[in-house]
Write a protein that binds this ligand. Structure first.
Ligand SMILES: C[S@@+](CC[C@H](N)C(=O)[O-])C[C@H]1O[C@@H](n2cnc3c(N)ncnc32)[C@H](O)[C@@H]1O
Length: 272
């Protein structure tokens, strides 16, 4: 079964605006792993479940060619509209049936996407398309570890964020809990003996209140909630922004809060 929770045009444009770009720390971990296991040249990277292309664009400077694959044509349209990346192409397709010959791919990535894949069919395809010593890198972040801070009111902001997640909990797909488990089961199912799972890569950044609320809007559970009760969903966003600003004692939604996220990464290399 293919999950299709990222299909709408509005959802795709929210994605383009508000999803996080994978941080330097994770990019470096992946490229160093690839260099150690397979080395140069970096020919083809395939970014599965690429969405609007945030991770595909991070990879572009390091590979001759990057192909982003996603089941949602709307997401791909947004990705294609970003100028300046002539070595990236975006193709509609699934992680379980890849349009590449055997032994042709250097690196397969999936950024906050692998929990949506059928694990065994995806891993069989990964094994088929990777070159000998080619690598898989599945990255994501655990939203249960998100921490917000603004002057003295970090606890209240974290509490507000938690309240929003509680409202969305009944609309959360069981697949999202797979990601929260840092892809434990998928990691165990990888057939290559050479594999590792880095469970905690804390990343500090800052985010405006506007973008934080936009990130909530981009979540699959928010979109499911909005489908069911559109008015309540819109109100949740407005109310959340208002409560954040009141708590912080500021007027502008462009005010930035400190944002700590905890990334994880599953790495594996096909035998040579
Ligand atoms: C949470 S989004 C992540 C998008 C992007 N990689 C990012 O980091 O923002 C998950 C994406 O995976 C796609 N997807 C879900 N199941 C898929 C599958 N079986 N094969 C390919 N893409 C899939 C969805 O359409 C969606 O765009």
């Amino acid at each position: 079964m293919t999950y299709r929770l990222f299909e709408g045009k509005d959802h795709a444009s929210t994605y383009q605006k508000y999803r996080f770009t994978p941080p330097e720390e994770i990019k470096n971990i992946i490229l160093q792993y690839l260099d150690k296991k397979k080395g140069q040249p970096h020919g083809l990277a395939v970014d599965l479940g690429c969405g609007t292309g945030q991770n595909s664009r991070v990879l572009a400077p390091y590979f001759q060619e990057v192909v982003g694959i996603d089941v949602s044509e709307c997401q791909l349209e947004e990705a294609r509209a970003v100028p300046g990346f002539s070595n990236i192409t975006y193709r509609e397709g699934t992680a379980e049936e890849l349009p590449f010959p055997d032994c042709s791919v250097d690196l397969l990535t999936a950024a906050t996407a692998a929990h949506w894949f059928d694990p065994l069919r995806f891993l069989a395809e990964a094994n088929r398309v990777l070159k000998p010593r080619g690598c898989v890198a599945l990255l994501g972040f655990s939203d249960t570890c998100t921490r917000l801070r603004y002057q003295g009111c970090g606890d209240r902001l974290n509490h507000l964020y938690e309240e929003v997640k509680q409202v969305l909990l009944p609309f959360t797909s069981t697949r999202v809990t797979v990601a929260e488990g840092k892809l434990d089961e998928l990691y165990s199912a990888i057939p290559f003996p050479d594999k590792e799972r880095i469970e905690r890569v804390p990343v500090q950044s800052s985010i405006s209140v506007r973008n934080l609320v936009g990130f909530i809007e981009s979540m699959s559970m928010f979109q499911s909630y909005k489908k069911k009760v559109p008015k309540a969903a819109e109100e949740l966003l407005l109310k959340t922004q208002k409560r954040f600003l009141e708590e912080m004692g500021v007027m502008s939604p462009d005010t930035e809060v400190e944002h700590e996220l905890e990334y994880f990464c599953v790495l594996a290399s096909k035998p040579g």
